[in-house]
Design a protein around this ligand. Structure first.
Ligand SMILES: Cc1ncc(COP(=O)(O)O)c(C=O)c1O
Length: 352
């Protein structure tokens, strides 16, 4: 089907760009001891997770128990929930999922560890964990070193299987590339590797030391002792990352139609915050530098037109908005149209 035939607003992915990103990242990890464990939350498409696995990924990272459930349901066997979960019902569900696949969850406190241990006993299954270390993001995680060791001991003492540790350097992801930034990434990796050594020295085997994202993989992926990288955005790419300098190509747009043009030099499209995230800034219009998105309402996008386009654009014309924040935009849609040379080649189901 031609792109012209689909109803708007619609999420489009440029297949050439996405496949380029898939190959580029796979090539980087192809001959390294460190492997890619790509994050699922950026696309939420099981088929794309499988493309990443076939391209060499060691497993899949996700952010929630629901995402882990979707992955298990689609046959993925090696899953890292790079996030904490809390509460008895989630712990119980994790115990059940752990019977179907290798699911590892991050922990950063003894209270949740005890909940997981109880669920494991009740569910008669083995729950596996990584100790989450705060390497500067200031979100979840314990301090590296002694605190990490104590938590690993707490988890092992409660009978959980400690697989290793993780720490996400989210605060460094969109910093422009520089020697200083790279040094900060290395320091984060170093604190993880040192904490891993402390934990190993206490007789707790460590097989996972996981970190990194699209902005930092090239540095942490080279750091001795880091076993896997959780990058996710690289596959579809956000405009924000591209602006900071990245080898990956933007592939994601929202197709919208002009529905009103009653003010001179302005137009309104059928795409608002229910279809595209404006949280990290307003989108640029693909291939139309003289058209600017100036505001997003719930179902409307307001455009300012300059130059010749003022007179040539008309009601019913279509534009594409580059997605600045893929995570938050993808989760607003249930399908994503795979486009090549103006034709829809495939439709990806986004799972929620
Ligand atoms: C814990 C964790 N790991 C990995 C990622 C993926 O990072 P990126 O999308 O920058 O590749 C994220 C993204 O927010 C994250 O929260």
């Amino acid at each position: 089907m031609d792109v012209a035939g689909i109803a708007t607003p619609a999420l489009l992915v440029d297949l050439d760009a996405m496949e380029f990103n898939l190959r580029e990242m796979a090539d980087f990890f192809a001959h390294k001891p460190c492997k890619l464990r790509p994050h699922f939350k950026n696309h939420k498409v099981p088929l794309l997770a499988w493309k990443q696995l076939r391209a060499g990924a060691t497993g899949i990272t996700c952010a929630t128990l629901r995402e882990a459930e979707i992955l298990v349901h689609h046959g993925v066997e090696n899953i890292l929930i790079a996030n904490e979960i809390a509460g008895d019902s989630k712990a119980q569900y994790l115990a059940e999922l752990s019977r179907c696949a290798s699911v590892v969850v991050a922990v950063d406190n003894c209270s949740s560890i005890k909940d997981l241990a109880r669920a494991q006993r009740n569910g008669k299954s083995q729950i596996a964990v990584v100790v989450d270390i705060d390497i500067g993001l200031g979100r979840c995680g314990v301090r590296p070193g002694e605190e990490a060791l104590q938590l690993a001991k707490c988890a092992a003492g409660e009978g959980l299987r400690v697989r290793g540790l993780m720490g996400y350097d989210g605060h460094l992801q969109v910093l422009p590339a520089s020697l200083e930034r790279d040094e900060l990434v290395r320091r984060g990796s170093e604190s993880l590797v040192r904490s891993a050594a402390l934990i190993q020295a206490e007789g707790i085997p460590v097989s996972i030391v996981s970190t990194g994202g699209t902005g930092t993989y090239a540095v942490s992926g080279e750091y001795a002792g880091i076993t896997d990288i959780q990058a996710g955005s690289y596959l579809l790419m956000d405009t924000l990352y591209v602006e900071r300098g990245s080898c990956f190509r933007r592939s994601l747009t929202v197709l919208a139609t002009i529905i009103s043009m009653n003010r001179d030099g302005h137009a309104v499209v059928d795409c608002g915050v229910k279809e595209i995230s404006g949280e990290r800034g307003l989108s640029a219009v693909k291939n139309m530098p003289d058209v600017h998105l100036t505001a997003l309402h719930a179902e409307h996008g307001l455009l300012e037109l300059q130059g010749d386009l003022k007179s040539t654009l008309k009601i019913g014309d279509r534009i594409e908005l580059w997605v600045r924040y893929s995570d938050a935009t993808v989760s607003l849609h249930s399908s994503m149209y795979g486009v090549r040379h103006g034709q829809i080649e495939t439709v990806f189901q986004i799972e929620h």
